[in-house]
Design a protein around this ligand. Structure first.
Ligand code: SF4
Length: 375
C-alpha cells in the first residue's frame, strides 16, 4: 500500500554553521529551535524518534519520512561534520530497520536548511550524493537594504542566483520569507513575495517578525532603537503571502515560527500566536462578506453553504470575528458535507438568498484572489 502520511523528523542544530561574524539580528535559536543535537547525539535521538513512529504507525504501513537538519546553516559546516550527520541518520534508519519490515523503504532521504550564501554547484553535488531531497533556504527578504539591516551578509542578487542553482539541480526546495523586518515596508514585502514566486520553489514558509529577548534585535528594541510594526499589519501580510503563494502553486508549509512555551516566554513583540494560520485564513475569508454585501439585497436571508468544516470555520472567523463584524447581515451557514456525501460535487462556497436572487459559487482561488486584490 502507498504511504499516505509524510513525516519530517527534525534534528535541531541550533546555529551550527552560522556565520561566525554574528547571528542574524532577529535570531534566537535557543528559544525558537528544539533540543539541540550534535553529530554524536543525533543517532540515538533519531533511533528513539523512529521507534516511536514504528510503535504508532508501522503496522498500518501508512507513512514515509525524511530526516531534517534544521536551525543552523548546514552547508556551511565542514564537509566531514555534514557527513557525520548523514551517517548518524543512515545508521539510525538501518538499525531501526533490523528485524522489522519495511522501515528503510519508508525513509525518503534528508532535508537540510541553509542560507543562500552557502550554496554552490559543488555543495549541491555533495548533497545529492548524500540522499538530500529537499533544501530549505532562509532567504527572508529579496531587498538589499532589509538584508543588510538584518545582518544577513548576502545580497538579493546572490539569493536569487542560489535559488536558481537549486532549482536547476532538481532538488525540491522551500524558501523562507519574513515580514516586518527593519526597512521591510508593505511595499517591499509585496515585492519580496513576487521575487519568491519567481524563484519557483515547491514550498514556502512565512515568518512574521517576533522580537526575541535573546536576539540582538531584542536588545535594540529594549533600548528603544526599533519600533515593530503592529501585529495586525504583519498578520495581513502573512495572509497575503499565503494567498499569493497558493495561487502561484507554492505550498505554504508554515506560517509563523515553530512556537512552544519556551518561545512564547521569550517574545517581546510580534504575532507569536499559536493559531496564526487560522487567524490569517479568517482574514482571507472575511472578503466573502464584502462579496455578499455587493451582490445581495438586504434584508433578505442569505444561505452560505460550504464544502467542508474547515471552510465553515474560516468563514465564521477566528474567535467568531467575521460573524461579529457582519452581524447586521441575516446569514445562515451550512456545512454541506454534513448533509450531502457527494464531496466532489459540492463547491467551495455556495451563496444563495431566500428571495430567489442569483446564487453564486466561490472557489478557493476566487476567495484568495479577492483577498489579494484588497492590497
Ligand atoms: S537566522 Fe538562520 S542563519 Fe541567521 S543566525 Fe539564525 S539560524 Fe543562523
Amino acid at each position: 500500500m502507498k504511504p499516505v502520511k509524510h513525516i519530517i523528523i527534525p534534528v535541531f542544530l541550533n546555529n551550527l554553521g552560522c556565520p561566525a561574524s554574528g547571528r542574524c539580528v532577529f535570531c534566537d535559536q535557543a528559544a525558537s529551535g528544539g533540543t539541540p543535537c550534535g553529530p554524536d547525539s543525533t543517532e540515538s535521538y533519531l533511533k528513539g524518534f523512529i521507534s516511536g513512529l514504528e510503535k504508532e504507525n508501522i503496522s498500518k504501513n501508512e507513512y514515509s519520512f525524511e530526516i531534517a537538519f534544521y536551525g543552523g546553516t548546514f552547508t556551511a559546516l565542514p564537509r566531514g561534520v555534514q557527513e557525520s550527520f548523514f551517517e548518524a541518520g543512515r545508521s539510525a534508519v538501518s538499525s531501526a530497520g533490523e528485524g522489522r519490515r519495511g522501515i528503510d523503504g519508508k525513509f525518503e532521504g534528508f532535508r537540510v536548511s541553509t542560507r543562500p550564501d552557502f550554496i554552490d554547484i559543488e555543495t549541491l553535488s555533495f548533497l545529492k550524493a548524500n540522499a538530500v531531497k529537499t533544501i530549505e533556504i532562509g532567504v527572508e527578504s529579496f531587498d538589499d537594504g532589509v538584508l543588510q539591516k538584518a545582518g544577513r551578509g548576502y545580497s538579493a542578487a546572490s539569493a536569487a542566483y542560489s535559488c536558481g542553482l537549486v532549482k536547476k539541480s532538481g532538488f525540491k526546495f522551500s524558501l523562507h520569507l519574513m515580514c516586518g523586518l527593519e526597512g521591510q515596508s508593505r511595499e517591499v514585502f509585496l515585492r519580496d513575495c513576487a521575487s519568491l514566486a519567481a524563484a519557483g520553489p515547491d514550498y514556502a514558509r512565512i515568518h512574521p517578525l517576533c522580537v526575541m529577548s535573546g536576539s540582538r534585535l531584542g536588545e535594540i528594541y529594549k533600548a528603544g532603537g526599533f519600533v515593530p510594526r503592529p501585529d495586525s499589519e504583519l498578520i495581513e501580510e502573512t495572509a497575503y503571502a499565503m494567498a499569493f503563494f497558493e495561487l502561484n502553486g507554492i505550498k505554504v508549509i508554515r506560517a509563523g515560527i515553530l512556537e512552544n512555551d519556551k518561545f512564547r516566554k521569550e517574545v517581546l513583540a510580534g504575532p507569536a500566536f499559536p493559531n496564526l494560520r487560522e487567524i490569517a485564513e479568517s482574514l482571507i475569508h472575511s472578503t466573502v462578506f464584502d462579496f455578499i454585501r455587493t451582490k445581495f439585497e438586504r434584508p433578505s436571508k442569505i444561505l452560505v453553504e460550504t464544502g467542508g468544516e474547515k471552510i465553515l470555520n474560516y468563514l465564521v472567523g477566528y474567535k467568531k470575528e467575521n460573524i461579529k463584524k457582519n452581524n447586521d447581515l441575516l446569514l445562515e451557514f451550512k456545512n454541506k458535507i454534513l448533509y450531502n456525501n457527494a464531496k466532489d460535487a459540492m463547491p467551495y462556497i455556495l451563496i444563495s438568498a431566500e428571495n430567489n436572487e442569483s446564487a453564486y459559487v466561490l472557489t478557493r482561488p476566487d476567495v484568495l484572489k479577492q483577498y489579494i486584490n484588497k492590497f
